[in-house]
Design a protein around this ligand. Structure first.
Ligand code: RNT
Ligand code: ZN
Length: 415
């Protein structure tokens, strides 16, 4: 018997069907963010990343053109098991023949190259308006007091709805469109409600753009604070939750780095799912702040995955990744994060949930603790390696050499 067969029997003794878990996981879409490849810079501007988020590090080999980013994405896709979507930002518009369109004039055609990329690989796409790294951030966007600025960003949001619908139609899969702005203040505000009222009005105006509710899923992402906006964030947790619940069709998006340091989104998933048909996640890894470290197979990532599975909500939660580490090989970072998220989902699918739940419901917390601890030493690794094999991607221990080779042949040649 090989290691997988042995593991399968051990899990079967807990009433867990490993084959079923592998087949289920293979179909769960996970959105792979394009922005790990170029430190969130995009192609429509040459300036630095601004707007309450920050990358750190200057590892060589950053992708600076659409061709380079797509080539890098291809490298990552070949190393990651499971169903992927590509998560794009408006700033990744691709202009041809010297053409240029500002953010408030973007059109579906500026994402044609991305559609071709996704079609050729059978991928869906998600989308994000880009309310940062642009001269029209004053520094506020949708909550600005400057009417011209605010209208510019409203037009941007509306363009993005049209682009999202185009992506959904072309690729035959729904497009999750996530709205996040870094609007906020560095120091104690004099007026907290004004910016929030303006943000609400702007969101309402964006969502007046007609769209097909079965194709585009608008989300709103909250945040507790950002770099340079430490004192106040317009789109706070409560603001975004209330906005989503009061606006038909708008989904709450929780990013695991956007809460107080001891607050975890794993506990919030069931709370939202009690009320909402759908929710969305950005799986990230904050270290002391919203540092967007590479996702690991750590306690919180596992707990997030377990909650999605325990709530039987794999089809109700839009799962996306959001991290950007510029201090290590970006292909390695990208791949480690995606594979870790897959591992966490597989780990969750292998949990003997019915058994654990029964113990909790019966109040047998002693046995529950013992079994939960013992379960941690089950032969998960063998099931994971089998998953990689079935998905036709390298197993652990076999992919990093390919990254190093790509670094030598491709990344190190970049100027
Ligand atoms: C920033 C938010 C947001 C961005 C991406 C690039 O704090 O998490 O989701 O990271 O849109
Ligand atoms: Zn995020």
């Amino acid at each position: 018997m090989n290691q997988y067969e042995i593991a399968k029997q051990q899990y079967a003794a807990l009433d867990v069907d490993t084959d079923k878990a592998l087949a289920t996981l293979e179909k769960v879409p996970v959105s792979l963010h394009c922005w790990q490849g170029d430190d969130v810079i995009g192609f429509d501007q040459k300036g630095p990343l601004t707007g309450g988020i920050q990358t750190t590090g200057n590892y060589p080999g950053r992708a600076t053109t659409p061709e380079e980013l797509m080539q890098d994405l291809d490298r990552v896709l070949a190393l990651c098991p499971g169903t992927k979507k590509i998560n794009l930002h408006a700033s990744y518009a691709i202009f041809e023949d010297g053409e240029y369109a500002d953010r408030d004039a973007l059109e579906p055609k500026h994402f044609k190259k991305w559609v071709e990329f996704c079609k050729a690989r059978g991928l869906g796409a998600d989308f994000n308006p880009t309310f940062f790294s642009h001269p029209k951030c004053d520094p506020l966007t949708l909550s600005s007091t400057n009417e011209e600025t605010r209208q510019f960003w409203i037009r941007h949001g509306r363009c993005c709805i049209r682009i999202s619908q185009y992506l959904a139609e072309e690729l035959g899969q729904p497009c999750v469109m996530n709205i996040w702005t870094g609007d906020g203040f560095k120091d104690i505000p004099a007026d907290r409600i004004g910016p929030r009222q303006r943000y609400k009005e702007s969101l309402d105006a964006i969502l007046e753009e007609p769209y097909d509710r079965t194709k585009v899923y608008p989300c709103i992402e909250s945040k507790v604070f950002g770099i340079g906006v430490e004192a106040y964030t317009v789109g706070s947790g409560e603001f975004c939750l209330k906005y989503a619940s009061s606006k038909e069709g708008v989904i709450s998006l929780m990013d695991s780095g956007h809460y107080h340091p001891t607050e975890v989104i794993s506990d919030k998933i069931s709370a939202l799912l009690t009320f909402d048909e759908k929710i969305a996640l950005h799986i990230s890894r904050p270290i002391r702040w919203d540092s967007d470290h590479v996702v690991l197979f750590d306690d919180e990532t596992r707990e997030i995955a377990k909650e999605i599975v325990r709530c039987d909500a794999l089809d109700r939660v839009f799962i996306a990744l959001d991290y950007f580490d510029a201090s290590i090989n970006r292909i390695s970072a990208w791949t480690t994060g995606f594979r870790s998220a897959q591992k966490a989902l597989l780990y969750a699918l292998l949990e003997p949930h019915a058994m654990f739940k029964k113990l909790q419901d019966e109040g047998d917390f002693s046995q529950l603790q013992v079994l939960q601890e013992e379960y941690k030493c089950y032969p998960f690794g063998a099931v994971w390696q089998e998953y990689c094999r079935r998905c036709g991607v390298p197993q652990d221990g076999a992919w990093f050499a390919q990254v190093k080779q790509y670094e030598a042949e491709v990344l190190s040649q970049r100027g």
